[in-house]
Design a protein around this ligand. Structure first.
Ligand code: IPM
Ligand code: MG
Length: 365
């Protein structure tokens, strides 16, 4: 029997509601396939600020370093939104990404044909959409220093953020993009702002240097503003997209609308991958804490289930188990089951629990 240590960090808003379902999915997978998932839970984000005055405890980071994987809910909410606060919920997530060295953020965007009408985009634009965004996650403007408030000579308030990249940080993203494209449709789109930013010009240069190692993969460079437009104009043309931290953050929220709802999209944050193809990872739905619906039991648990599937695949090396969970999600959608965010206008949606139960029943077979 294989054993895995999973650190569960529910966080704020709908985080606890959806991670509870993720844990149930792990238990169901364990029961069906004979694995032992040992889960432990800690506070992060606003909940941790309320209890301890910081967004993540150093001991929680240590537990994460020893775990096989981290299942993350969401952090943030109006209670901790003061822009002048020195302690903010998001710091917990950035600290964990950085401490664990999780530089590769994989955000797959696919459109389930049964959900094609849930999107605000026309069905003919959405057919065949299957994109893998690889977002650089531990550098760029999120981590560049200085990042601070200043005063101008005249005493006006000013602020600075720094966007920095070195060649190694770019090269590893490029390699991963080319490698993953080989197992897909063989196309990489590198997104930058090379007409303006020096970091983007370096990005493009390094991607070009990596390219000759992958002569079988097609590469195009697209400026981020144009990429934002093409993502909703011709999304089916994209295969693998590689981009920097900030651009990836923005473009993946946009891309989530292709799938009909933010409630559908998982993400995996990975660092070094071992020889056996596995690596420690953090798995987080991209929907965030959704304070407007928190505590109501109506959040869509499917992104969390798909995160759990990615966890099984990338951190536990359990491909068949991952596929079984993904198939159970697809079967529930195929049978017409919907939470409010993906239900037809005017139709009541299932609760988080009901939707999760429907998936877990299909998982049990
Ligand atoms: C994401 C989120 C985070 C980010 C926030 C919560 C720090 O928006 O994972 O996309 O900006 O990276
Ligand atoms: Mg984001």
């Amino acid at each position: 029997m294989a054993e895995f240590e999973i650190l569960v960090l529910p966080g704020d808003g709908i985080g606890p509601e959806v991670t509870a379902e993720g844990v149930r999915a792990l238990e169901a997978i364990g029961a069906r396939f004979g694995h032992d998932f040992r889960t432990s839970e800690e506070l992060v984000g606003g909940a941790c600020i309320d209890a301890h005055g910081i967004a993540i405890l150093p001991e929680t980071i240590e537990v994460a370093e020893r775990a096989d994987a981290v299942l993350w809910g969401a952090v943030g909410g109006p209670k901790w939104d003061d822009p002048r606060a020195s302690v903010r919920p998001e710091q917990g997530l950035l600290a964990l990404r950085s401490s664990l060295g999780l530089w590769a953020n994989l955000r797959p965007v696919t459109v389930d044909p049964a959900l094609i009408d849930s999107s605000t985009l026309k069905p003919e634009v959405l057919r065949g959409v299957d994109i893998l965004v690889i977002r650089e996650l531990t550098s760029g403007i999120y981590f560049g220093r200085p990042q601070e408030r200043r005063r101008t000579m005249e005493g006006r308030r000013a602020a600075v953020d720094s966007m920095t990249y070195n060649e190694d940080e770019i090269a590893r993203v490029a390699h991963l993009g080319f490698q993953l494209a080989r197992a897909r449709r063989g196309r990489v789109t590198s997104v930058d702002k090379a007409n303006i930013l020096e970091t983007s010009r370096l990005w493009r240069e390094v991607v070009e240097e990596v390219r000759p190692e992958y002569p079988d993969v097609e590469l195009e460079h697209v400026l981020v503003d144009a990429a934002a437009m093409h993502l909703i104009r011709r999304p089916a043309d994209f295969d693998v997209v590689i981009t920097s931290n900030l651009f990836g953050d923005i473009l993946t929220d946009e891309a989530s609308m292709l799938a009909g709802s933010l409630g559908m999209l998982p993400s995996a944050s990975l660092g070094e991958v071992r020889e056996d193809g596995r690596g420690r990872g953090l798995y987080e739905p991209i929907h965030g804490s959704a304070p407007d619906i928190a505590g109501q039991g109506v959040a869509n648990p499917l992104a969390m289930f798909l995160c759990t599937a990615m966890l099984l695949r990338h951190s536990c090396g359990l491909e068949a188990e991952a596929q079984a969970l993904e198939a159970a999600v697809a079967a529930a959608i195929g049978d017409g089951l919907r939470t409010a965010d993906i239900a037809a206008t005017g139709e009541a949606g299932l609760s988080t629990r009901e939707m999760a139960e429907a998936v877990l029943e299909r998982l049990a077979g």
